[in-house]
Design a binder for this molecule. Structure first.
Ligand code: PLP
Length: 518
């Protein structure tokens, strides 16, 4: 019998999924084949696409296959010109976002299954796959067992009370910063209450967060979201600690700031160490920061150490770069983004904590409609309690496929090659007397500037010429100069790490840069 229900929409049968899905995959494969020939940075003017789109939503849907062909034609005509091509091998800006066929297939499968993995019950396989792949990834980074789903350890502030660890996939490192801050706040206030036999004068308005002046802006934003500060320039309860000559956080100044705050009756809550800052890839010393937290007594009062390794963390899968995470055993949480540099399609932030109880206490709320026997048994993980939203995508699939398809050795070889290309680019900069390095090279990130032609202005003009050419795309930052920490200089950043970037692209980018110097 013919299905005449209004719910029986056209273009929504398994056959349509097959046909249209194949067409979309073909379109993507064609796009990736030609992406290198496209101008990397979109040259679209503001409003250009808006002017070409009808102001109102379509009243009637497609009636023929031909209508579908117009979608693909519109993608080419309207959308592609307005894209900056993150998957171009000539994209060297910010930190690249990786793509791979296994990651892409994982995304397609996740989109098609479209489960909401908010509770163990709502898709046990999604939760259990996530637990397992996060443990696999923890093993690749050689994280201590306390961060694994099976990890148990004794927390000093509770007379050795047992804490459990585990990993979860967040959307971004920014989400990771917010959840770390929420967990830290919960734990520090609970410790303060316990240590004063419940008659605590501790209140959330006296909590303070510490990080480097070079930390990512997401840490400041987390403080804004949590209500610690009113805006980006409010320093009342956020201390941005100056860096040393390598732009790493200065532990002596961190210690002084914490002692000042303790003397003023404030409550140190969270310290964020950055392993690979966004501007220059600087590495904060985790052991030195943990040492400050011990010496000042804030560690035993429950203060939380979060390690933001959003970009550089991927390199720690290589044994020779494990030292990046030296001291990680002192951290309470750690995150890095496989979507930046580990061939996993956007979005995928790997976040581990060794204190899941504080995280869950901070984020869990159970209305009647979510109650179920499995959750009540406490034998399962409900990942909704480890993140901000309730609903969650099945992101573990793509990480699973990436790790299976490439294996640890394949991933290591990939990261190592980008680091080698970073070294190559550094040597090219050093060999041209018109340029100088603006910071020590960090893995595959090279910060450099012009010495000639007026420094900052000349570097700014050069960057704009390179990007306007469409043949490469780099970004910039400001870094304190070696001579005076008070004055900042304009710096170009060559961030090598695109999925399809190879040595010829790096050499070609350098030739282009050289050719565009005034
Ligand atoms: N932390 C660091 C060190 C970063 O470099 C970045 C982005 O580049 C972030 C955090 C924010 O990342 P996300 O876009 O995942 O929030």
């Amino acid at each position: 019998m013919r299905d005449t229900s209004p719910l029986s929409l056209p273009w929504n049968t398994p056959t349509d999924f097959r046909r249209l899905g194949h067409q979309a995959v073909d379109w993507i494969a064609d796009y990736l084949e030609r992406v290198e020939s496209l101008p990397v940075r979109s040259a679209t003017a503001p409003g250009e696409l808006l002017r070409q789109l009808p102001p109102g939503a379509p009243a009637h849907g497609f009636t023929s296959d031909g209508d579908w062909q117009s979608v693909f034609a519109d993608l080419d005509r309207l959308i592609v010109p307005g894209l900056t091509h993150w998957q171009s091998p000539n994209f060297h800006a910010y930190f690249p976002c990786n793509v791979s066929a296994p990651g892409f297939v994982g995304e397609i499968l996740s989109a098609g299954l479209n489960v909401n993995a908010m509770l163990w019950l709502t898709s046990p396989a999604a939760t259990e796959l996530e637990i397992r792949v996060m443990d696999w990834l923890a093993e690749l980074l050689a994280l201590p067992s306390s961060f694994r789903s099976t990890g148990r350890w004794g927390a000093p502030w509770e007379g050795g009370g047992e804490r459990r660890g585990g990993g979860v996939i967040q959307s971004t490192a920014s989400d990771a910063a917010v959840v770390a801050l929420c967990a830290a706040r919960t734990r520090v206030l609970a410790c303060a209450a316990n240590q004063t036999s419940g008659s605590s004068t501790a209140d959330a308005t006296r909590l303070v967060v510490y990080t480097s002046v070079h930390a990512h802006s997401s840490i400041t934003k987390a403080c804004m979201i949590a209500g610690l500060i009113r805006g980006p320039s409010d320093r009342s309860r956020l201390r941005l600690i100056p860096g040393d000559a390598t732009h790493a956080l200065r532990p002596d100044l961190l210690e002084a700031a914490i002692r000042d705050d303790l003397a003023s009756g404030l409550i140190p809550c969270l310290v964020v160490a950055t392993v690979g800052t966004t501007s220059s890839g600087a590495i904060d010393s985790i052991p030195a920061i943990a040492g400050v937290m011990e010496r000042t007594g804030i560690a035993s009062r429950g203060a939380w150490l979060h390690i933001d390794a959003a970009w550089a963390g991927a390199a720690a899968i290589c044994p020779e770069h494990r030292s990046l995470l030296a001291g990680v055993e002192h951290g309470d949480s750690l995150c890095f983004n496989p979507h930046k540099w580990l061939l996993t399609n956007f979005d995928c932030d790997a976040f581990w904590t060794r204190d899941r109880a504080s995280l869950i206490e901070a984020l869990s709320i159970t209305p009647e409609y979510l109650r179920n026997a499995a959750s009540a048994s406490h034998d399962v993980i409900d990942y909704r309690d480890w993140q901000i939203p309730l609903g969650r995508r099945f992101r573990a699939l793509k990480l699973w496929l990436v790790m299976r398809a490439f294996g640890a050795e394949g991933l290591r070889a990939y990261v190592r090659e980008h680091i080698r290309l970073g070294g190559l680019f550094e040597s090219l900069v050093r060999a041209d007397a018109r340029f100088e390095l603006a910071a020590p090279r960090s893995l595959s990130l090279v910060c450099f500037r012009l010495r000639v032609g007026g420094g900052d202005d000349a570097s700014r003009v050069l960057l704009e010429r390179v990007n306007a050419s469409g043949r490469a795309f780099l970004s910039h930052t400001m870094l304190p100069s070696a001579e005076s920490a008070a004055s900042s200089r304009f710096v170009l950043r060559m961030a090598i790490g695109g999925s399809f970037t190879r040595e010829p692209h790096v050499r070609e980018a350098w030739r282009l840069i050289q050719s565009l110097v005034s």
